[in-house]
Every structure is written in C-alpha cells, then in structure tokens.
Design a protein around this ligand. Structure first.
Ligand SMILES: [Fe+2]
Length: 271
C-alpha cells in the first residue's frame, strides 16, 4: 500500500499490486462498480484478446463526512477510479469512452475535471458532428491527446467525448469532480469499435493508429499539455478534492460552463 494522502487531500492508500484502495476512517466508502474485459470488447481493435476479468474499478461519490452537503448544494460529485496496467491485445489499457449530454437550456454539454493521483494518464478527446450518427456517416471534427502526470488536472471540454489510456507498466489512479445531474452516453462508439484513434504498443513505445471504421476519415491528433487554471481552482500543488471542497463556487463551470469557455480551454496548451 502506498499512501497518497498528500496528493489526494484526504486519507487514501493504494495497493499497486491489486489496485485496491483504502479510505480513511469515517469517509464514505461507496460501493464500487467494475468494467470487465467482456464489456470492453466492443470498443477494442482486437475483440478476442485474453486478459483479466476486471480491467478497472470506479468508486462513485467518495468524500469526507464534513463535505457531504457539497453534492446537494452544488450538484457535484467526487469519484475515483483505478486502472490496471495491462495490454488489451495491441492496445494499451483504455476505458470504454463516452460523451456527456447537453445541459438543459444551454448551448454546451457538461464538462468534467480529472486529476491523476498515481501513474500517468493519456486522455484521448474527440468531438463529432452527430453523436448518434453511424460510423459511416459521423464526422470527427477534432481529436486531442494529452498526457497528465500525478498532481496535474485536466478539463474534458464541453462536447468532447473522452477515453483514458494507461501506457505505463504500473497502475493508474485518478479522481474527478463532475456534475451529478447527468448520465454519460456512448453514441456510436461501440459501432465504430472505439474512438477515432487507437493507442498501440509498437516495439515498446506508444504509436497511434487511425480507426478505419470512421468512413469519413479522422483528423490529425492535436497534442496538448496541461496548464494550471487558478481561476477554476486548478493548480498542481492543491489536491482537486480540497480545491472544490474549500471553494466550490470555482467549480460552477461543471454545471454551467458557458461563461468559462476561455478559461476551460486555457487548461490545454497546444504544441
Ligand atoms: Fe466523463
């Protein structure tokens, strides 16, 4: 077990062998859900790969007892997720990938903010013209990839679906704050067998392959690095959990991003 308390901002331990987590006494210990290999097969380049039954674990609505009212008052939820280091055939471990719905009465979809607490994540973000369109018809308008290290935070911009990839040979632990007002959806991601770019191991290092199921073609990847956005509570020396628990008004952008679009994009610095 390694102690992540300094980075997470509350008592948290992580077993890097088993991916088990342990919260401090009194903390909400939510029932976790798992993503099984069988559930991921529809989005894999090679659906017939062999591997462990469970690929990642999701703990929804975690937190300290003194912050319990935060969710109701600000419509926010704090989750953590743990991911194995495992190859899924040629691809590195990845999540199934999903989109967030449009906010009722608003022009934008819900964004989300992630923080890496152990390991390193590669986020693949894509926006399409029509979430329900088939792989033959859907037009991928933009693809962004960004690597995020422990302590850093990244906003998934409104409208961009996202996949998390673990390219390292150690497990990944990340947290997020997100609106509690919606459920994610998959659009035509399964029909297309995943997002528009695959991240594969090529001789021991990551390589990127277009997903040819997107018949209209796919745009070149735009690579980004993350930058602090203090106005939105995102700095590298403050745990994401604490930033929101202590200044939840800074996280209004998660439920109403319209007046924060420039600040949201300032989190990503493009090459
Ligand atoms: Fe999400």
């Amino acid at each position: 077990m390694i102690d992540l308390t300094d980075l997470s901002g509350y008592p948290l331990k992580f077993d890097t062998e088993t991916c088990d987590v342990s919260f401090g006494p009194g903390m909400r210990m939510p029932q976790y859900s798992t993503r099984e290999l069988d559930a991921l097969r529809p989005v894999l380049m090679d659906p017939d790969v062999e591997g462990p039954d469970v690929i990642y674990w999701m703990y929804r609505n975690c937190g300290c007892p003194e912050d319990a009212a935060l969710g109701e008052a600000y419509n926010l939820r704090y989750d953590i997720s743990t991911f194995r280091s495992v190859m899924l055939g040629p691809e590195y471990m990845k999540t199934s990938g999903h989109y967030h719905p449009q906010i009722p009465g608003k022009a934008e979809a819900y964004p989300e903010v992630y923080e890496v607490l152990h390991g390193q994540a590669l986020y693949v973000m894509q926006i399409v013209d029509d979430y329900g369109a088939s792989p033959e018809e859907v037009v991928v308008e933009d693809v962004i990839m960004c690597r995020v290290s422990a302590g850093q935070k990244i906003i998934m911009p409104p409208g961009y679906g996202h996949v998390t990839v673990n390219e390292l040979d150690e497990p990944l632990l990340m947290s997020n704050w997100v609106s509690n007002r919606f459920s994610s959806f998959y659009g035509s991601v399964e029909e297309a067998r995943g997002f528009s770019w695959y991240v594969v191991n090529d001789g021991g290092k990551p390589s990127y392959l277009e997903n040819k199921n997107y018949v209209q073609g796919v745009p070149a990847v735009r690579w980004a690095e993350v930058q602090e956005v203090p106005e939105l509570g995102l700095t590298w020396d403050t745990p994401l959990y604490r930033a929101c628990a202590e200044a939840p008004e800074k996280f209004e952008f998660l439920n109403d991003p319209g007046s924060y679009i420039d600040l949201i994009w300032s989190n990503l610095k493009f090459d």
